[in-house]
Design a protein around this ligand. Structure first.
Ligand code: NAP
Length: 244
């Protein structure tokens, strides 16, 4: 028996990268997984790798109506979600003096407001069930800052405040909320970083390499499991020791 047998898990940003790995890992432990991406076709690419226990959903997590429609559909088609992984995220990098308002607004809207909207919506059914696990995918950049990523770093730092507040508001209802802070992970998001930068990250990190999506998913599954019931409002850094 897997740890998530018969449980319904919603993973945003599940079409590729870290989110795809998370969706597959939950499915491998028995969960019914809602794979969410900006288009159904993109989400379907992940659902196809899983089979009947996964379903693809299109949603823009920054849009209230889209998020509310998503959860209504998930509840009617898969059942009431027990686990929400707020993983959808984007970058729109640029130095502050040149950053356009729209680049600031969009990154905050997807990365931070998206997690808020999904949490607010799923919390209703989790409160009724008096059980839930919410995991926010932040970043070490939210802890350290990063030149050229003020919008992204602010959105990821904001997730820490959201995580602790959700933990406090819903703790008495059996709902936990935690964050993870990955370092540099090999996905589309980091694909175009200069090779010298990647080499220096690999050299600096005690682990001696960049991270992989398979380094992230097991930690998310632990935080989503029964075993993590007394852990809430915390951040787990998964960066191969890069920020030590
Ligand atoms: P990725 O490969 O670029 O994938 C991003 C995912 O987010 C895609 O599934 C994308 O869907 C989805 N998405 C984007 N905008 C969305 C929206 N408005 N509504 C719904 N879904 C949306 O990224 P990744 O590297 O796997 O990163 C996943 C998460 O980890 C992000 O939150 C990222 O900030 C965080 N993270 C990544 C790293 C890293 O080094 N890679 C490090 C720390 C934290 P579509 O395919 O439809 O566009």
């Amino acid at each position: 028996m897997g740890r998530f047998e018969e449980k319904v898990v919603v993973v945003t940003g599940a079409s590729r990268g870290i989110g795809r790995e998370i969706a597959q890992a939950f499915a491998a432990e028995g969960a019914r997984v809602a794979c969410v991406a900006t288009t159904e076709a993109a989400a379907q690419a992940t659902a196809d790798t899983i089979g009947d226990t996964a379903k693809a959903y299109a949603c823009d997590v920054s849009d209230t109506a889209s998020v509310e429609a998503l959860f209504a559909k998930v509840i009617s088609e898969l059942g009431t979600p027990t686990v929400l992984v707020n993983n959808a995220g984007i970058t729109r990098d640029g130095l502050i003096l040149r950053m356009k308002d729209d680049d600031w607004d969009r990154v905050i809207a997807v990365n931070l407001k998206g997690a808020f909207l999904c949490t607010r919506t799923v919390a209703k059914s989790m409160m009724k069930a008096r059980y839930g696990r919410i995991i926010n995918v932040s970043s070490i950049v939210g802890q350290t800052g990063q030149a050229g990523q003020a919008n992204y770093a602010a959105s990821k730092a904001g997730l820490f405040g959201l995580t602790m507040s959700v933990a406090k508001e819903f703790g008495s209802r059996g709902i936990t909320c935690n964050a993870i802070a990955p370092g540099f992970i090999e996905t589309d998001m980091t694909h175009d970083l200069p090779a010298e930068f990647k080499e220096s990250v690999a050299k600096t990190a005690p682990a001696g390499r960049l991270g992989r999506p398979t380094d992230i998913a097991p930690a998310i599954l632990f935080l989503a499991s029964e075993d993590a019931g007394y852990i809430t409002g915390q951040t787990l850094t998964i960066d191969g020791g890069l920020t030590l």
